[in-house]
Design a protein around this ligand. Sequence first.
Ligand code: CA
Length: 375
Amino acid sequence: MSIKKISRRKILQASSLAAAAGLISACNSGGSPDKPAESAKIIKKKIEWKMVTTWPKNFPGLGTGAQRIADNITSMSDGRLAVKLFAAGELVPAFECFDAVRENKAQMFHASPYYWINKNKSMPFFGGVPGGVTAQEHNAWVNYAGGQKLWDEMYAQFGLKPFMAGNSGTQMGGWFLKEINSIEDFKGLKMRIPGLAAEVLNRMGGTAVALPGGEIMPALQSGAIDATEWVGPWNDLAFGFHKITKFYYGPGFHEPSSALECSSNLKAFNELDNDLKSIIKNACEAENTRMISEFTAANIDAQEKLVKEHGVIIRNFPKDVFSLMMSLSKEVVSETAIEGKLNKEIYESWSTFKEKARQRSAFNEHGYTNLSNNA
Ligand code: CA
């Protein structure tokens, strides 16, 4: 063996050892053999996000659901994307969440899309519209019938990326200081009611008031408003509306599905690694299912408690009142289509889906409920 050959072999051995050492080092630090130093640096990078919400701190279902999303993103990413939640007013007031995330003061918010109706008249289609679809149908439209694409397009205009992230199901119509016997009872009625339903109430002769959850109770107590909707038995019991009035009407015409969103700053979202983007998407999907399960179970018990322990009177709206609510809802919802090209696309996609879905639901799911209850 020549000197030349020996030294070449030694060099090869030495470089293999060095490469192996590099691989071990990369594996230990979680990197890749290709770019150990660079990968190790990326893996170690921890990102901290702030999530603002429109809900009071730890509010059942809504606030706790938002907290679950924050905790799930943090744990599923093993702390690489740590999300800290701020309740309404802790970092920004409830109705400033949308702008705070646009401006990247926070990177994520949990809210209902209909709160942003002043930004665009079609926002409520992603949260819930009067005379609309049910929660399950709403999920179907967003996930499998074009809704998400339209929502992405709408939110991209504001620098945001939206995901559905919870649903409280069909909401109750609300609490009224006085009994509702006819359409006349809505004349001059001041009611807290959000989204497109506010316009329906105005056309019924009432005056709609926009208030975040935390401000409703004092307004009803002081008589500043005559009526309020909020969510349903579980959440309404938590606020204590039954201490002020016993007249509780339902189901509501205004939110047959009340979907919630967890939306991110689009630039911040796009800068994330693909696995973190997927974690956000899946944490939102998980909460979308979990929250409605929780609401369904908790509303059953809360409704019984309201009636049996607190003497609450639960009624349907009179038939002519509900019919008027439905016809005005149709009018108000269809008017969003004239606002612009995207508004028209959203309305047409949603209304086409709704008409088709209604035929099947009436026969199948609601048909089953009616038939089985009367069997
Ligand atoms: Ca509501």
